[in-house]
Ligand binder design. Structure first.
Ligand code: C2O
Ligand code: CU
Length: 457
């Protein structure tokens, strides 16, 4: 199919852009109903696309509020199959984590589930289906959560930029080929239509305005290299968590599920524009463009670090529990065999089960946890990517910090892109009791076996 990827932001009525959160009803619950709906995903003469959304839109309603607040969300399932919502990157209580079969029962059609979520950390998070997630997230069951800092930042716009990669047929419908063996065993379900939703959508920027951009990669499998034009700025947070020192922003690469918060100044002159592009080699596809008008402002001083979140910083891994995590399998990976559901299987048997990736020789979710940590113990995951593909390794329950070669620790992250052949270590304090997943957030790989879990008690 040939889809025009250049999407022009025509501008709605929204003026200054600050997040507008969905509102709870009188009983304190915000209703999140999952159902199929039609959406004008592709501009032009294309028909509407049948999607699965929350409250009739993709992304679903913007949830959140101010750090420290609590939100109550009632998920209602109006689909014809089970679903569940996971709060990606949020340090929630285990029972609220939204993992069917581990922390809750999947919500059946016509069923509902009440979540109570504390906004412990400021930053940019997201929610998505965690049941048959390759299919359900591909179809659109996701949305963004923003927890604002308790004292507002000095910015003129605060925008969410939601990136997705859709695999569409020539009539702009989501293709129904979820989990075919080629996708599962290679780089996943890559689409043919990369799309950005900017919320709220600005009609224009003014020269020297300061804009906070909250990038979220919701794609099931696509790594997104992004470039911006007409702005200069800093990355101030990754995966929701503030960086101790803002980094000068150049190109941004987001693996599936990763987020970056940037604060940028509009440096394009009046009459110019601000462009966001998906960059592949020396090709770029414009995802969003906003005209720049004259402004009275002078450029502000460089940004300062955001206030830190109340998460423990790793100071030493001297007494940590070390856990090896070897990722194996996939095409060209030479996986000879693995254990699946307690049985040793050769490659042929594994393929028949749709399982082609393994962690430490086990494909799929093992009965026994990868490790058990006691509360407040420091754990180091020694990840090793022995496959021919990158993986977006994600941990539930808390964030980890990379143990860097010089002995210092990287920023708090919940998802990290492990390139082929890489060996890297990640440390965290096991301070959230319960059963938590670790899996590849390339949801094709997760579906096909790259997942495990650990227990904190
Ligand atoms: Cu974003 Cu286990 O998920
Ligand atoms: Cu993977």
């Amino acid at each position: 199919m040939k889809l025009n990827r250049r999407k022009v932001l025509m501008g709605g009525l929204a003026m200054a852009g600050m997040p507008r959160f969905a509102k709870a009803k009188d009983d304190g619950f915000l209703e999140l109903a999952a159902f199929e709906t039609q959406m004008q995903l592709v501009e032009g003469e294309y028909p509407k696309t049948a999607v699965w959304g929350f409250n009739g839109s993709v992304p679903g309603p913007l949830l959140g509020g101010v750090q420290g607040e609590r939100m109550r969300v009632r998920l209602r399932n109006e689909l014809t199959e089970n679903t569940a919502v996971h709060w990606h990157g949020m340090r929630v209580k285990n029972a609220m984590d939204g993992v069917p079969g581990m922390t809750m029962q999947a919500v059946p059609p016509q069923g509902s589930f009440d979540y109570e979520i504390s906004l412990r950390d400021a930053g940019t998070y997201w929610y998505h289906s965690h049941n048959r997630s390759l299919k359900q997230v591909s179809k659109g069951l996701y949305g963004i959560v923003v927890a604002r800092e308790s004292s507002p930042l000095d910015v003129d716009h605060d925008l969410v930029v939601v990136l997705d990669d859709w695999r569409l047929s020539p009539d702009a419908q989501i293709t129904d080929d979820f989990g075919n063996m080629h996708d599962l065993s290679h780089a996943g379900r890559l689409g043919n239509y990369i799309h950005a939703v900017v919320d709220p959508l600005p009609t224009h920027f003014a020269a020297n305005q300061r804009v906070r951009l909250r990038f979220v990669n919701t794609a099931t499998d696509r790594i997104m290299p992004l470039a911006l034009q007409g702005v200069e700025g800093w990355i101030v947070a990754r995966d929701g968590m503030p960086l101790a020192r803002p980094e000068a922003m150049d190109q941004i690469t987001l693996g599936p599920a990763e987020r970056v918060d940037a604060i940028v100044d509009v440096t394009a002159e009046a009459g110019g524009e601000v462009l966001l592009a998906f960059r592949e080699g020396d090709q770029g596809y414009v995802l969003a463009e906003t005209p720049v008008l004259a402004g009275a402002r002078a450029r502000r001083a460089p940004v300062e670090a955001l206030p830190p979140n109340p998460i423990t910083n790793i100071t030493s891994v001297a007494d940590a529990r070390a856990v090896p995590m070897v990722m194996e399998g996939g095409a060209m990976g030479g996986l000879r065999g693995a254990t699946f559901k307690g049985e040793n299987m050769d490659m042929r048997a594994l393929v028949q089960e749709g399982q082609v990736w393994a962690v430490n020789g086990v494909a799929g979710l093992p009965d026994a946890p990868l490790f058990e940590a006691s509360l407040e113990e420091t754990v180091v995951l020694n990840m090793q990517n022995d496959t021919a593909f990158p993986h977006a390794m994600h941990m539930h329950g808390t964030h980890f910090q990379e143990v860097l070669p010089d002995g210092s620790f990287g920023p708090h992250k919940d998802t990290v892109l492990m390139m082929r052949g890489e060996q890297r270590a990640f440390a965290f304090v096991a301070d959230n009791p319960g059963k938590w997943l670790i899996h590849c957030h390339m949801l094709s790989h997760q579906t096909a076996g790259m997942k495990t879990w650990f227990k904190v008690s």
